[in-house]
Design a protein. Structure first.
Length: 944
């Protein structure tokens, strides 16, 4: 009975504690009003627990109030816990008794333990779990058992034997339940069914206890009544004896007012104990109506004959009041169960559902809780998970192990996936025996998906924040202590993140902008929100000055600034560039002012916006008469139209250009070269230079050029004519000399001197022929009379032919002449005569200017081209002469002291032929080392 009363007391406390959740809806717990309200709610809860406590002995009340101050302090802080504690202490002190000091110490300990766990939770910044709640309850009630030792010695033993086990086992579990209700609304109704059962038990117990007794004889005449019966009926025993019981015990139906059947008569008929219907009113002698519970039993003698009837009844006024309150409470709790957002269920030991709320029924795929009754998890939507669930139930029942906050994945009949947060605890009867499972279930699928999405979003945000060149920061206080700063700060400042988090002041220089930045930050701390940036100057780790542009905003929680957050952008380069730009603009303006040119800024309407000219005589009109005027207002219409068209073309294409024009200024024609460049989308910069004198010089140069070209043409024609006139006699002379030589050799007149003479004549003649050929070729190229015949040719064959031609000349000088063919494809589309002349001249020069070593010809395939390198180990070409190498008639050595013969036309012809067929030529040379000419002939294309 002690355990039952205490469990009922705890259940009542748990039920009343649910009101805390409703108080949160109207009075936020963080506000002072909320703390006071919660303190009052828990104070009332404590008083309620004391009222319905178990009276162990006179002045010693055992109840669950020990939990309340700790829970209030744990969840709502010092103020709420203090109010609840003081309320409980004041009320209990007013009742008096020897247990007051034990209650006082237990309550204060509970309050202190609750505060400790409150501070622990805040320090750890994490939610407490069932283990913490149980440990808290164990601490409080261990202290409570210790304080029982303060009771009189003769009561201590009785107290420990009666309630110690319940206090140390049941009370901590009750602590867990109350804490779970307040920390997780998912479990707030789990004890509702147990409470209802206890209330039914209480009501049945009250009805079975007799307080008033009337005895009658076999005829129903009153024989005796006790004092309680006298008080209830208004009749004293003396005047009621001998009267029919129906006269004294006048009862009617509470609802209809109809007189009830005589209970004595009914017992005599039934001949057994009869419990009469509820809702009976006793109308006493004064006419007062008293609700009663009554029963009747026959009085039998030893023979078994009925000799009378004993009526036992009691005043139910107080019970009715309690019953009405319980009915109202049950109705509220049932509504809470059915409207709770969490699913609540309870099972028997065989994992068969014996009850649930409406939310669970709907979640399981049924319409009402009654449809769930008698079924197991194999009948639910999650039947595929039934085996796992039933095994979990068995583990809880066999090991008395609770399962709290477990996240489980359910695959439903339709294949969809649901995530559930499930709490299961062992359901016990008053004897402490496990009778089943009590649990809650919450569908957290949306939360799970949201968490996954949030995790992805957090990763993306982290990548964005950490990947941006700017750095982000925030503080959780108003003192400027950084709690987070993104990694980009290391790249910008050179300081590690840890060093920044340890900093207390960013403003590390004496720049006045830092003072202004501090003032703006101070305003932000006071709640001011601005869209304008803050500018500060700091020093990097290596001492460089860095300018930051910061967009900073206060973090406001419940109307109070709790910190700052912002993003900082490194504008050092921009600032330096701006300063340089200002300097550059000033310098540019000075240049404009010093330039002999006229500079205008003109918009798309043709309006002069700015004019700069150091020579006002070059302006069509004075600057004051041009500024803010349009072209059509100051220039001839045709000229203005032309200029405006040019401006529009430049703006439309956003690309500049040049034009030449002339204006009559002060009765004199002036020629101008104008450069027009876009400045913006609708303005251009017009720079006009006076080229009147240049135009005059240009005209004279053209006339001189034409005269020079005419003279050059006459020279080329003369050289060509002279070459033909010289070549014919030379060829005739060579022919006759050849005949003479053959005659002498045929008649054996040839001696060494004659042979030397013939060789000298032959070499000199060939030299004259080569010179004439070079002059003729240069004449053809200069006059444009040579037309290349492009076709597919094998350059390897040309080189091999030249190799055979020059091999003897190389051998005469003891030189090595070699070909290195590294090319897979040697065909090109070109003019074979031009190619022949190019390579022949280069080989001829290489042999001519090489005394020892050799000449090497190398072929390589490049991208879309055939590369021919002609390298020698000759005297080399000086860097100074290389720029004139391809100029006609030029030689590095001149006059009678030169060491090598030649006309100076060879390299000029090579260059002309290369240009004619589109071949490239490059030279690399070093004096006394050698020379390499690189020819590049296009492949896979036909040249125009």
């Amino acid at each position: 009975m002690i355990i039952t009363d205490l469990i009922y007391n705890l259940t009542l406390l748990i039920s009343v504690s649910i009101l805390s959740g409703y108080a949160d809806l109207y009075f936020p717990r963080n506000a002072l009003s909320g703390k006071i309200t919660q303190g009052i709610v828990f104070g009332i809860t404590a008083v309620t627990g004391i009222i319905f406590s178990y009276n162990l002995s006179e002045g010693i009340l055992i109840d669950g109030v020990s939990i309340i101050p700790g829970v209030a302090a744990l969840f709502f802080g010092f103020t709420s816990g203090l109010i609840a504690t003081l309320t409980a202490i004041f009320y209990r002190t007013s009742l008096g008794g020897i247990g007051v000091y034990t209650f006082l110490l237990t309550t204060l300990t509970s309050f202190a333990v609750g505060l400790i766990f409150n501070r622990y939770a805040k320090f750890r910044a994490k939610e407490l779990n069932a283990f913490h709640f149980y440990f808290m309850g164990l601490m409080i009630h261990s202290a409570m058992l210790f304080y029982l030792l303060l009771l009189p010695e003769n009561i201590v033993t009785e107290s420990y034997e009666s309630v110690a086990f319940t206090i140390i086992t049941v009370f901590p579990i009750a602590t867990v339940l109350i804490c779970k209700i307040l920390s997780d609304q998912l479990n707030r109704y789990k004890s509702a069914n147990n409470m209802k059962a206890r209330e039914e038990l209480f009501r049945t117990t009250l009805y079975s206890i007799g307080e008033a007794v009337i005895t009658t004889d076999a005829k129903g005449l009153i024989k005796s009544m006790n004092s309680v019966a006298e008080k209830l009926t208004g009749w004293n025993e003396k005047e009621s004896v001998g009267k029919p019981v129906s006269k004294v015990f006048n009862i009617v139906n509470e609802f209809t007012g109809i007189k009830s059947r005589d209970p004595v008569e009914l017992v005599l008929i039934e001949k057994k104990t009869v419990a009469f219907a509820n809702h009976t009113l006793l109308i006493n002698k004064n006419g007062d109506k008293i609700p009663i519970a009554d029963s009747g039993a026959p009085i039998k003698n030893d023979a078994g004959d009925i000799t009378g009837v004993v009526l036992v009844f009691r005043d139910q006024s107080q019970e009715r009041e309690i019953e009405n309150r319980i009915v109202e409470t049950n109705h509220i709790l049932q509504n809470i169960l059915d409207t709770a957002p969490v699913s609540i269920f309870w099972k028997n030991r065989e994992s068969v559902y014996i009850g649930c709320n409406k939310a669970f029924a709907l979640q399981a795929g049924f319409n009402s809780p009654s449809e769930v009754y008698g079924k197991n998890d194999r009948h639910m939507k999650w039947h595929k998970e039934a085996g796992k669930i039933i095994e979990e139930d068995r583990n809880i029942i066999s090991n008395d192990a609770n399962s709290l906050g477990k996240i489980e994945k359910f695959i439903l009949k339709d294949g969809s996936v649901k995530w559930q947060r499930i709490n299961r605890v062992a359901l016990k009867n008053t004897a402490g025996e496990i009778t089943g499972i009590l649990g809650t279930m919450e569908d957290i699928t949306e939360q799970k998906l949201l968490e996954e999405k949030l995790a992805i979003d957090e990763d993306r945000l982290r990548m964005l924040v950490e990947g941006t060149p700017d750095f982000f920061f925030y503080t959780q206080d108003t003192a400027g202590n950084l709690n987070y700063i993104s990694p980009s700060v290391e790249r910008i400042t050179g300081y590690k993140i840890e060093e920044w988090l340890a900093k207390r002041d960013w403003f590390t220089t004496d720049n006045p902008i830092n003072k202004l930045a501090k003032e703006i930050t101070a305003a932000h701390v006071k709640g001011l929100q601005t869209e304008e940036p803050i500018y500060i100057e700091i020093k990097s780790k290596n001492g460089e000055l860095i300018f930051l542009e910061i967009y900073e905003h206060p973090i406001i929680r419940n109307g109070k600034v709790t910190g700052l957050q912002g993003v900082a952008h490194n504008i050092t380069n921009e600032k330096n560039a701006t300063e340089k730009l200002k300097t550059s603009e000033a310098e540019l303006q000075a240049i404009f002012d010093a330039l002999p040119d006229v500079v205008f800024t003109i918009n798309n309407e043709g309006r002069y916006l700015k004019i700069s000219s150091s020579n006002q005589e070059l302006l069509y009109k004075p600057a004051d008469n041009l500024l803010n005027k349009t072209l059509h207002e100051v220039l001839p219409e045709q000229t203005a139209d032309y200029f405006l068209q040019i401006i529009h073309n430049v703006l439309d294409n956003q690309r500049g250009g040049q034009i030449e024009y002339e204006l009559e200024i002060n009765d004199e024609i002036k020629n101008f070269l104008a450069t027009i460049e876009p400045l913006t989308d609708d303005t251009v910069l017009w720079v006009a230079r006076d080229i009147t004198l240049i135009k005059s010089y240009h005209k004279e140069l053209i006339e001189a050029k034409e005269s020079a070209e005419k003279a050059d043409k006459l020279k080329s024609e003369f050289l060509a004519q002279m070459s033909h006139e010289i070549r014919s006699p030379i060829n005739n002379i060579l022919g006759h000399i050849s005949l003479v030589k053959m005659f002498i050799e045929g008649n054996s007149y040839m001696d060494e001197d004659l042979n030397f003479s013939f060789d000298a004549i032959d070499n000199s003649s060939k030299r004259i022929v080569r010179t004439i050929d070079a002059i003729l070729n240069m004449s053809d190229l200069s006059l444009g009379t040579y037309k290349p015949n492009k076709k597919k040719i094998d350059i390897r064959a040309i080189i091999e032919s030249l190799y055979n031609e020059y091999k003897s000349a190389a051998e005469r000088k003891n030189l090595r002449l070699a070909i290195n063919n590294n090319a897979d494809v040697c065909s090109i589309f070109s003019d074979d005569y031009s190619v022949y002349q190019i390579i022949a001249n280069l080989i001829d020069n290489a042999i001519k200017y090489t005394k020892k070593g050799g000449v090497e010809i190398t072929l390589n395939n490049q991208k879309d081209a055939l590369e021919v390198k002609i390298s020698d180990t000759g005297i080399g070409i000086s860097e100074e002469y290389q720029k004139d190498l391809f100029t006609a008639f030029s030689q590095e050595e001149h006059g009678y002291t030169r060491k090598f013969e030649g006309t100076g036309l060879g390299m000029s012809l090579v260059k002309r032929y290369c240009e004619l067929i589109g071949a490239g030529i490059e030279v690399e040379s070093k004096k006394k080392v050698g020379t390499t000419f690189t020819l590049t002939f296009p492949q896979n294309i036909r040249l125009n």
